[in-house]
Design a binder for this molecule. Structure first.
Ligand code: SRM
Ligand code: SF4
Length: 555
């Protein structure tokens, strides 16, 4: 067995012997060391926490013979990205007092805190708990934070699905009390009943992470085909309202392992709302039993579906569901909405979508003080804060008479309105990459603004400034900002080079193709410019760049 395979089997052993995600975490957390043991680091992920080190100082520290600067990232699972004013204020306080001063909104509508010290992990967790939030199961081999289109959450016109993300979060969260004992109360209750877990988890949980998203029927901001399981609200001609279910999507790849690949989800079935939980249980059980537990890089559901074929997979799910699955309805996807700018909801309240920029809510960007602006709004009004799957924020539940007040706060703090944004910036995304991500091969978030400016410049110079160009950038092929389905995907290859993927698009229904390998960042505009000119000269009316690339340019 290879060393990697052995360590992966070891991870299964760590889960099995952890007594439902406890292991030695409590002891390790109370030790004087600034870091944790390897076993605890693995278990920590189930609690939503990643052990990291500041990679900006890694080299100089190691040359000086000093220990690494150990820091932790905590991911707070926020189903559907929905928060109230009190919760937003508590996140803001945590950012200021226990993390690096920023609130990082993620591509899955969660919140991350970076730069947390080991000795503050329990305090931070208890603060989350006090405001009905948790990092538990935000990471690890479980059902992750459920993503849901922000319009489904905020607009009463969609009552049928408004609460679905919360419902799924509650239904599929592990039942172990480990997180509350270790991170919130700090001690285990004196009399403990033997613990059980959901049957679909058992004591080794899933082979790997499992991601669910709920799409809006009219637009695909959640990238529903990138999910392990995607739900598209649909109406069946005989059964009425329900969900078209797609399965087996996933975007991560590994350079080291050529048999890994990005895959778009395949339609599985149509279910009514009453049937949904049982169907998801059947898919989870199929995954639990058939997923690869010897190779974590090939352990996702997409490989089960791809390796056995969708028909065989269908039969396996049917067996566990206990009844015949009906065929899915035809899936038709529409361009993603960026949810930016003002809109009026069906109950006459208002909301405004604000561009954040790689999800980093902080105060020091070119004199703009977004964090303070959002804090002031949360401190003075009962609002709803909705994180979008594009790492932006929608401030919702604004009374019509408060519009001027909200606008004034935003202007005072230099927060730009949607009309001030360039079209590349509007949809651009990047993952955190350096200095926190241990897997980053190259920069992403920190280089996004300059790449956005360069590409906007290229468009402007060619009279294409009003056209939309969707840019997504990541520091490695794990694909956390979903570059694999973008019109322009820039994916870290080495410290100073990137692979350029082209031809995805706003519908999220097509994988981008590798256009050119190992480009320096400043070479990318030059490679794109002749293609943009051909788009301008030969493109059909209103044809997106991604569609044009596939129709005309793709080799
Ligand atoms: Fe991700 C791992 C950040 C969405 C695929 N991802 C990581 C880690 C935890 C690095 C690690 O394992 O040490 C990153 C933390 C870096 C840091 O310093 O914060 C990380 N992923 C992110 C976030 C924060 C990116 C962002 O800019 O917002 C997103 C958090 C989502 C959340 O709130 O739950 C994030 N990651 C995604 C997505 C997009 C999505 O789900 O819509 C993907 C591609 C879809 C998919 O799952 O295939 C994604 N992340 C990965 C992978 C590859 C997994 C695979 O099986 O192929 C890894 C590596 C791994 O799990 O070992 C990874
Ligand atoms: Fe890290 Fe790679 Fe994900 Fe970026 S894409 S956050 S570099 S794992």
């Amino acid at each position: 067995m290879s060393e990697e395979a052995a360590s992966q089997v070891a991870e299964e052993g760590i889960k099995r012997t952890s007594n439902y995600l406890r292991g030695d975490l409590l002891d390790d957390l109370s030790s004087a060391a600034p870091n944790l043991s390897g076993h605890s680091e693995h278990l920590l992920k189930f609690h939503g926490i990643y052990a990291q080190d500041n990679r900006d100082v890694r080299r100089e520290r190691s040359l000086a013979g000093e220990p690494l600067e150990y820091i932790f990232m905590i991911r707070v699972a926020i189903p559907g990205g929905q928060l109230n004013s009190t919760q937003w204020l508590s996140l803001d306080n945590i950012a200021a007092e226990l993390a690096d001063g920023s609130i990082r909104l993620t591509t899955r509508q969660a919140v991350q805190f970076h730069g947390v010290l080991k000795f503050d992990l329990q305090t931070l967790s208890a603060r989350l708990h006090a405001h009905a939030m948790t990092s538990f199961a935000a990471c690890g081999d479980v059902v992750r934070n459920t993503v849901m289109c922000s319009s489904l959450v905020s607009d009463d016109a969609h009552t049928r699905v408004t609460e679905l993300a919360n419902h799924l979060a509650t239904t599929f969260k592990p039942t172990t009390q480990a997180h509350w004992e270790i991170f919130v109360n700090g001690e285990r209750a004196a009399t403990i009943e033997p613990e059980t877990e959901h049957e679909f988890y058992g004591d080794t949980y899933l082979p790997r992470k499992f991601k669910i998203a709920i799409a809006h029927p009219d637009e695909n901001c959640v990238d529903v085909l990138a999910q392990d399981l995607g739900l598209i609200p649909s109406t069946h001609p005989e059964l009425g309202a329900g969900f078209n279910v797609v399965i087996g999507g996933g975007l991560g790849r590994s350079y080291a392992q050529p048999d890994t690949f990005a895959r778009l989800a395949t339609p599985l079935t149509f279910v009514t709302p009453d049937e949904l939980d049982d169907l998801i249980r059947a898919v989870l059980t199929t995954y639990r039993e058939l997923g690869d537990r010897t190779n974590r890089r090939r352990a996702r559901l997409k490989y089960v579906a791809a390796d056995m074929g969708i028909d065989a997979f269908y039969a396996e799910v049917e067996k566990r569901y206990g009844a015949a699955l009906r065929p899915a309805l035809p899936v038709e996807l529409h361009d993603a909405d960026d949810h930016l700018g003002w809109r009026t909801l069906s109950d006459e309240t208002l909301e405004v979508g604000i561009r954040v920029g790689a999800g980093r809510v902080r105060d020091d960007v070119d004199g703009r003080r977004l964090r303070t602006a959002l804090r002031e709004l949360a401190a003075t009004r009962e609002l709803r804060f909705l994180i979008t799957p594009q790492q932006d924020i929608v401030v919702s539940a604004i009374a019509p008479e408060d519009r001027a007040f909200v606008e004034e706060i935003l202007v005072q703090h230099g927060v730009r309105g949607v009309e001030e944004l360039g079209n590349v910036e509007r949809t651009a995304m990047a993952c955190p990459a350096l200095p926190t991500c241990g897997q980053a091969l190259a920069e992403a978030e920190r280089r996004l603004p300059s790449l956005v400016d360069d590409l906007q410049g290229s468009l402007d110079q060619r009279g294409l400034g009003k056209r939309r160009l969707q840019l997504r950038m990541t520091g490695c092929p794990n694909g956390c900002a979903r570059p694999a389905v973008a019109e322009v995907g820039v994916v870290g290859r080495t410290k100073n080079s990137y692979d350029l993927y082209l031809g995805g698009g706003l519908r999220g229904d097509r994988l981008a193709s590798l256009h050119q390998e190992k480009l320096k960042l400043d070479e990318i505009p030059g490679v794109l410019e002749p293609l943009l000119e051909r788009w301008r000269d030969e493109g059909r009316e209103a044809e997106n760049f991604g569609d044009f690339y596939v129709r005309v340019l793709k080799p």
